[in-house]
Design a protein around this ligand. Structure first.
Ligand SMILES: C[S@@+](CC[C@H](N)C(=O)[O-])C[C@H]1O[C@@H](n2cnc3c(N)ncnc32)[C@H](O)[C@@H]1O
Length: 235
């Protein structure tokens, strides 16, 4: 199944998942309380349609997205593990009352935070959802560090069209992994962008040469997706 079909299935599945109470919470700048976001349905449908059970989110905030993932997840399975991390503890009651979601607090880029999470969450995981600081370097580092540690089958990067740095990051990733990436912004009803990666398959295609270094035009090695044969543009 190609990634577009995977995403279409996720959107279709997510439409019928009841997300009442999975609120975004207070908006950072306006402080206005926001309810269920349309992309939450995509997230819930993504884990439900693909039977994803081991999920790590970077960027908990109030907890709406993890509550949606929780609704979509088959948690009765013995291998289910839902984990979320944020540098601040602002999760609402809806999330904190979910005993089967493990919350960590700390800077995701600090080695201590990674070690704490790794002591709890075993690799490989099914899904890494990155919705943290939306800059090139920060997102690139999260993808590199957590991709290497947890070998996620799928990755979703939120807000890939939020600003020029995120646009550049997404362009570099797409240039590197090509058909193993898919822009699901429309399907997820997320105008600021929702980028989906078939991460393990992309790594394998890079390793075997199916995605040849010569075909990769990315400006720089990104997200731990290069290999030793990587060449920078123009070199
Ligand atoms: C846009 S919010 C997440 C929204 C949430 N995923 C949702 O959709 O409901 C981004 C969050 O990333 C967190 N964050 C930013 N930098 C971080 C870092 N270095 N380590 C951990 N969390 C970070 C912020 O504190 C903030 O709560």
């Amino acid at each position: 199944m190609n990634l577009q079909t995977v995403c279409e299935n996720a959107a279709a599945t997510g439409r019928s998942i009841d997300l009442a109470g999975c609120d975004y919470g207070p908006h950072k700048r306006s402080a206005q309380f926001l309810g269920v976001q349309p992309y939450y349905h995509f997230l819930a449908g993504f884990v439900r349609s693909l039977h994803l059970r081991k999920v790590l989110e970077i960027g908990t905030s109030y907890g709406g997205s993890m509550m949606a993932i929780h609704r979509g997840c088959e948690r009765d399975q013995p291998d289910a593990q839902l984990v979320t991390v944020d540098k601040v503890d602002i999760a609402g009651k809806g999330l904190t009352s979910l005993a089967d979601v493990r919350r960590f607090h700390g800077d995701s880029l600090a080695s201590g935070t990674l070690q704490e999470i790794a002591a709890h969450l075993t690799s490989p995981i099914d899904f890494l959802y990155i919705d943290s600081k939306h800059s090139y370097d920060h997102t690139d580092k999260n993808l590199t560090i957590y991709g290497a540690q947890f070998r996620p089958r799928f990755v979703i990067l939120d807000d890939i069209h939020l600003n020029s740095e995120m646009e550049t990051l997404w362009a570099d990733i797409r240039d590197t992994v090509q058909q193993y990436s898919y822009d699901a912004s429309e399907l997820a009803q997320r105008p600021t962008g929702f980028g989906v990666l078939d991460y393990v398959a992309a790594k394998e295609a890079l390793r075997t040469g199916e995605l040849a270094p010569a075909n990769r035009q990315a400006k720089r090695q990104v997200g731990g997706l290069g290999n030793s044969a990587y060449r920078q543009r123009g070199t």
